[in-house]
Ligand binder design. Sequence first.
Ligand SMILES: CC(=O)SCCNC(=O)CCNC(=O)[C@H](O)C(C)(C)COP(=O)(O)OP(=O)(O)OC[C@H]1O[C@@H](n2cnc3c(N)ncnc32)[C@H](O)[C@@H]1OP(=O)(O)O
Ligand SMILES: O=C([O-])CC(=O)C(=O)O
Length: 373
Amino acid sequence: MADKPTKGLADVVAASTALSDIDGQAGLLFYRGYDIHDLAGRTTFEETAHLLQRGSLPNGEQLAAYGAQLVEGRKLGALADANIPEIADRQAPMEALRTLVSLAGADDPDKDSNSPEANLRKAARLTAQQPVLVARYHAARTGATIPEPDPGLSVAANFLLQITGRTPERREVEIFDTCLVLHADHTMNASTFAARVCAATLSDMHSAIVAAIGTLKGPLHGGANEQVMRTLEALDPAAVAQSVRDRLAAGEKIMGFGHRVYKTEDPRATHLRKMSQELADASGDDKFYRMSKEMEEVVFETKGLYPNVDFYAATVYHYLGIPTDLFTPVFSVSRMAGWTAHVIEQHADNRLIRPDSEYIGERDQKWKPLAER
Ligand SMILES: CC(=O)SCCNC(=O)CCNC(=O)[C@H](O)C(C)(C)COP(=O)(O)OP(=O)(O)OC[C@H]1O[C@@H](n2cnc3c(N)ncnc32)[C@H](O)[C@@H]1OP(=O)(O)O
Ligand SMILES: O=C([O-])CC(=O)C(=O)O
């Protein structure tokens, strides 16, 4: 007889990892032992992806070699490239990304190998290609002509260039790069767990990433950042507090608040709040930042809940000129660093992930032929 399940696997330790660690009581997050507060604003997304996928913060030579691999990896394969227009016509952004990454798997020169070397190459290609896929998808649906990826630009700068069509300001690039670093990995979150379950059957890297993208999409996980912006846009700025109280009283969840692990401030939200305020001030229209602050106060007073990573990410992306329905794809661009590292880690010390279940259905049913049912 199986034990009672823990609903939602809360507090169940499902894997060992050397990639990231959280102290939910103290509000701390570490990537391979580095405090997120030391990395944010000081380490680039490329360095962070190297840290996660390859085990160390790179020296200059290693960073140049990894950077060259990313620049090379931005080139799309023929199948993904050819299908972007039709997918852009028929699928919403996260669905499209799931399909396009699957097609990129068919294009990948290492598609038939799960070797550690092939996985490292695939991880770099996926990290490099995904932002280009998002930008090309957006261009296809809007009819815009976008600049080719610029080999001299970082992942963050290139993405902003391709999405907005203008050369981003230095500070905008720094802020977006910090967002990518902040979202890069987060222990056994739902999408990472999905990736590891898939990888543990000895399936391939692209299959695991497709599972992760489908899991990130939901509004209880990465999809919350888009919902935060939709909530801000729907609220009357003069009645934020009352509307939020009414929604909470009606039992509604307010997207961007609460967390399974953090019982205090999410350390990533501390940085995102500051960057949201900075961009709001610079934009000359701080309406959405002020509304966010008011929501934060009311949700805390009423429910004792803190904002999670998705809450202030929404206004940061908004002020950077990123379309609202691309917020979750942006999360995916960043989390690719962590997902791919988890697949590599899972394959390096694998055992099939297959938990038990508690049976709650009928027993002792008596079979009858069709005519008697
Ligand atoms: C990148 C990320 O994935 S961060 C999370 C992004 N998701 C969101 O922002 C969606 C909104 N938040 C939530 O739904 C939840 O807080 C989750 C999914 C993040 C965590 O879920 P769980 O750990 O399963 O907590 P659960 O949903 O059971 O909530 C516990 C209690 O707090 C309440 N609660 C939790 N989050 C919220 C919220 N955002 N708004 C209102 N109430 C909330 C629940 O209603 C529940 O109350 P009850 O005990 O009276 O029924
Ligand atoms: O850890 C979680 O459950 C969700 C989260 O914050 C993340 O994936 O960044």
